[in-house]
Design a protein around this ligand. Structure first.
Ligand SMILES: Cc1cc2nc3c(=O)[nH]c(=O)nc-3n(C[C@H](O)[C@H](O)[C@H](O)COP(=O)(O)OP(=O)(O)OC[C@H]3O[C@@H](n4cnc5c(N)ncnc54)[C@H](O)[C@@H]3O)c2cc1C
Length: 569
């Protein structure tokens, strides 16, 4: 097949805060260099026109971005010192912090907010709006932005150096045949390719396996965040107020917690995080979120309001010990796909922005030296090590792993780490935690008879007012995929689904997916149920790729532009 090749200097894959900050910073470093060389203020030769591209699989910049979000402005103020004056879309400065411990019936307000959850000086933001704004800044600076372009495959030369990325084909039908509108993906060739795909990047997965980037590191572990926006009828929850919760409905063995943020125009931002290292095979993160909303204290906040948006996304929680090697020949990793998130604070925007900026600085030096080898690009890891990122991540290096032995030991560990700056003298695990597919237990280990959800959730009902089923929620994620394309969720052996997985785990994909993508339906061979993949519901959270106990689900990018259409999330 004839494919077009386009030569760029630097290609950033994924238009999240990490890569957009990287692209913007790089374009400025290059312009500054060229101007100073021309004015005789700097030695060396000008770099001339440096072509920088950012590709994004979403239909627009920000469409696939979902976050909390309370943003620590440290990195943004390094990138754009006058971001407030320049009109960054901020919902509100944080005005009040609450921390609640929920039992089944009560909400106990902590007299003090745990220090990692103090948000004074931070901002409540809609990250997808902030990202769209950063995209505009990039375009103003001359960066080429290409939405609807998924990076489908890494390109290597004969020595395994990364030489760019191939974007996905368009116009392929569900059987894999070319349609009349077929357009082959483009080979974007680059001196440096920067992967900023967010958690569980599909290209990062390929790259790390091929180049052994995870060697000697702990496995990455994840959480899943589910979020809704609500329009409230009155001022019952003030703008700028931040509440975090611990306890109900998570059981003591499961990592989880809720958030409630007050946004502009009486919009309430509410969400629930479940650690994707839970053990109970009947656990359903979406049901946990509904339970959370059913709690008397939370229900009171929502009643009479209207749910207007829904979304879900994973969070890379492994931190310091789970970070892969950040560079190789011709390639760098930034943001969540490289594990930069501080899981104790549930904050990764500031570290994503900073990692993008540091990648830009390393690339700039590589451009000046015209050397894009791993030896040269290793400079990025050095810059990260010298920046404020590493002390921040080191201090919380054992946080998530502490919860492996349950909530109370996890809290004790977090407290100890806070006092000792991360040291725990081997009292708790020195690791990132246990990957979800290994943590998940079989139905028989839990004494379950079959896979009926009532065994865990009793009489949980969706009332359509405060609690919703997955299909209703997914409608509010504005998801759209062209249905006549191959499913982008590759299940490598569907026989396992009808046999081993059904018996051992009761097909947990039906529960861990927050968008009702996976369904076991009648009509399989030998009268068994078979797997049906409703891929058009997929919100690109990647939970299935992480949690499938046999690791036979491979999430790949669908046709460009498909996926959620998040607004104000
Ligand atoms: C529920 C939740 C709550 C959170 N709360 C907070 C908070 O309160 N404060 C905070 O600081 N952080 C929070 N975070 C973390 C924060 O959102 C992330 O750390 C941050 O967004 C990481 O930025 P990123 O640029 O690395 O990746 P992302 O923001 O994930 O962006 C990645 C982009 O790359 C695109 N992409 C992926 N793969 C490809 C591909 N192959 N080709 C093309 N495009 C691709 C995606 O569509 C996406 O647009 C939260 C995260 C979640 C999920």
């Amino acid at each position: 097949m004839e494919r077009e090749s386009i030569e760029m200097d630097v290609v950033f894959v994924g238009a999240g805060p990490a890569n957009l900050s990287g692209a913007l910073h790089l374009s400025r470093l290059v312009s500054e260099h060229n101007e100073e060389v021309a004015a005789g203020k700097r030695q060396g030769t000008a770099l001339g026109e440096v072509e920088i591209a950012v590709i994004e699989k979403g239909a627009s910049i920000g469409a696939h971005i979902l976050s909390g979000a309370v943003m620590d402005p440290r990195a943004l103020s390094e990138l754009i010192p006058d971001f407030v004056e320049q009109g960054a879309p901020l919902e509100s400065p944080v005005k009040e912090d609450d921390f609640l411990y929920l039992t089944k019936k009560r909400a106990i307000k902590s007299p003090v907010t745990p220090p990692p959850l103090k948000n004074h000086g931070y901002y409540i933001v809609s990250l997808n709006r902030l990202t769209a704004w950063l995209g505009e800044k990039c375009e103003e600076a001359g960066v080429n932005i290409f939405p609807e372009f998924p990076g489908a495959e890494m390109l290597y030369d004969e020595r395994d150096c990364v030489i760019g990325v191939r974007t996905g084909d368009k116009g392929v039908d569900r059987e894999g045949r070319r349609k009349s509108n077929f357009e082959p993906g483009v080979d974007l060739l680059a001196k440096v390719t920067v992967l900023g795909e967010g958690p569980r990047g599909s290209l990062v997965k390929q790259l790390a396996q091929r180049l052994n980037l995870n060697e000697g590191r702990e496995p990455q572990v994840y959480s899943l965040g589910l979020k809704e926006l609500w329009e409230l009828p009155d001022d019952r929850y003030p703008l700028g107020k931040v509440t975090h919760t611990l306890g109900y409905p998570s059981d003591a063995q499961t990592y989880g917690g809720g958030w409630i943020y007050g946004m502009q125009n009486r919009v309430l931002n509410i969400g629930y995080v479940t650690g994707l290292d839970y053990r109970d095979p009947l656990l359903d993160p979406h049901a946990e979120f509904q339970r959370f909303k059913e709690h008397l204290h939370i229900r009171r906040l929502l009643e009479g309001g209207k749910m207007i948006r829904y979304g879900a996304k994973t969070i890379a929680a492994g931190g310091y010990y789970a970070m892969p090697q950040l560079y190789a020949d011709g390639v760098l990793l930034v943001g969540d796909c490289a594990g930069f998130l501080n899981s104790q604070r549930l904050k990764g925007i500031h570290t994503a922005i900073k990692s993008g900026m540091l990648a830009a600085e390393a690339i700039f030096e590589a451009l000046v030296a015209n050397d894009f080898s791993s030896q040269k690009l290793q400079r990025y890891e050095q810059l990260v090590g010298e920046s404020w990122i590493m002390p921040e991540l080191r201090r919380v290096r054992n946080f998530h792993a502490g919860f492996k032995r349950g909530r109370w030991l996890g809290i004790a560990n977090a407290g100890l780490q806070f006092v000792t700056g991360g040291r725990n003298w081997g009292l708790f695990d020195r690791s990132s935690g246990e990957p979800g597919h290994l943590a998940l237990r079989k139905l028989s280990d839990y004494g379950y008879q079959g896979d009926s959800p009532e065994q865990r959730y009793g009489n949980l009902r969706f009332d359509g007012k405060v609690t919703f089923n997955k299909v209703t929620d997914v409608y509010h994620a504005s998801v759209a995929h062209n249905e006549d394309q191959p499913a982008h969720l590759h299940v490598l052996d569907t026989e396992i689904c009808s046999t081993r997985c059904a018996e051992e785990y009761g097909n947990p994909c039906q529960r861990f997916c927050p968008a009702a993508v996976y369904e076991m339906v009648d009509g399989g061979d030998d009268g068994k149920r078979r797997l049906q993949i409703n891929f058009s519901n997929c919100v690109h959270c990647k939970t299935c790729d992480i949690m499938d106990p046999y690791q036979i689900i491979n999430w790949v990018t669908p046709e460009g532009g498909g996926g959620p259409g998040y607004k104000n999330m």
